[in-house]
Unconditional design. Structure first.
Length: 283
């Protein structure tokens, strides 16, 4: 009986040791998952943002990051979704718009890095150049007040108007026009995505259209516009925006690094031919 009991105890101890060894191996496997793929959810406008992110996907996969792209067709929901933690980041807005959204909604957002510029274009079916615009020409711009300063600054840059001295040009409104030698008539009551349709219908002498909406309507800003916003000292770089503190996450840093890489810069230059300009231009 004693020999049988001793054999049973030894067998139990051996089984316990084997079980412990198996558990240790399992723990080692768990601890060794540093190469495990992480998912990053980014909200973006269709063109060119989603297209650029699609190009970045395989580059991020090499870094162990799976990019989940969520497409938005408006300028409100991407920030609401970011605040609600439905997204890790969004990619559709520039600094002046971001600042206005933070001021209006109290968002705790930061700029994690700039990616590209979409120059605004002036389009016309009636005129071949800005010099051809007649006295009293009707100019249609979007009803997005956040974009008015940008559009008016462009018109000032092109010599069509002069803004009041001392005005913050990124926040300028139609009331801030000091000089208007051609007596241009401005209409600003149309949604930005509808501008291309108004242009196709030839509803005015000229139209100020954001680059992304022009591209979505198969317009080439570099070729089809009669004037294009200068990229020099342009504050309207499209950004990767995240919640405060997330700019230090390794996945976010990797996303920005890839989007500012030579590979993505080359893609932007080749695909858009000047209609979209990399923020890494000239670096």
């Amino acid at each position: 009986m004693k020999k049988t009991l001793l054999a049973m105890i030894l067998a139990i101890l051996a089984a316990a040791l084997v079980a412990c060894g198996g558990a240790d191996q399992g723990d080692d496997t768990t601890e060794g998952t540093e190469g495990e793929t992480k998912t990053l959810s980014v909200g973006a406008s269709p063109v060119p943002h989603v297209e650029i992110l699609e190009e970045a996907k395989p580059l991020l996969e090499e870094k162990g990051i799976e990019l989940d792209i969520v497409e938005f067709t408006d300028y409100v929901l991407p920030n609401k979704s970011l605040e609600g933690k439905e997204l890790d980041a969004n990619y559709f807005q520039h600094e002046p718009y971001l600042k206005s959204q933070i001021a209006d909604n109290g968002y705790k957002f930061v700029n994690a890095g700039g990616v590209h510029i979409e120059p605004i274009g002036i389009y016309s079916k009636r005129h071949k150049s800005l010099d051809d615009l007649p006295d009293g020409a009707k100019i249609i711009m979007s009803n997005s007040v956040a974009d008015h300063g940008r559009m008016l600054s462009m018109l000032e840059e092109k010599g069509l108007i002069t803004l009041k001295e001392g005005v913050d040009k990124t926040a300028a409104t139609l009331e801030d026009i000091a000089e208007n030698p051609k007596n241009l008539e401005f209409e600003a009551d149309i949604e930005a995505p509808m501008l291309t349709k108004a242009y196709e219908n030839d509803e005015a002498d000229a139209f100020l259209i954001n680059g992304n909406f022009a591209l979505q309507a198969d317009l080439n800003p570099a070729e089809d516009s009669i004037a294009l916003e200068s990229p020099e000292n342009n504050p309207y770089v499209n950004l990767i925006v995240v919640r405060e503190g997330d700019e230090n996450r390794e996945e976010i840093k990797a996303l920005v690094e890839v989007l500012q890489s030579d590979e993505i810069k080359e893609f932007i230059e080749t695909k858009y031919k000047g209609s979209v300009i990399s923020a890494a231009q000239g670096e």
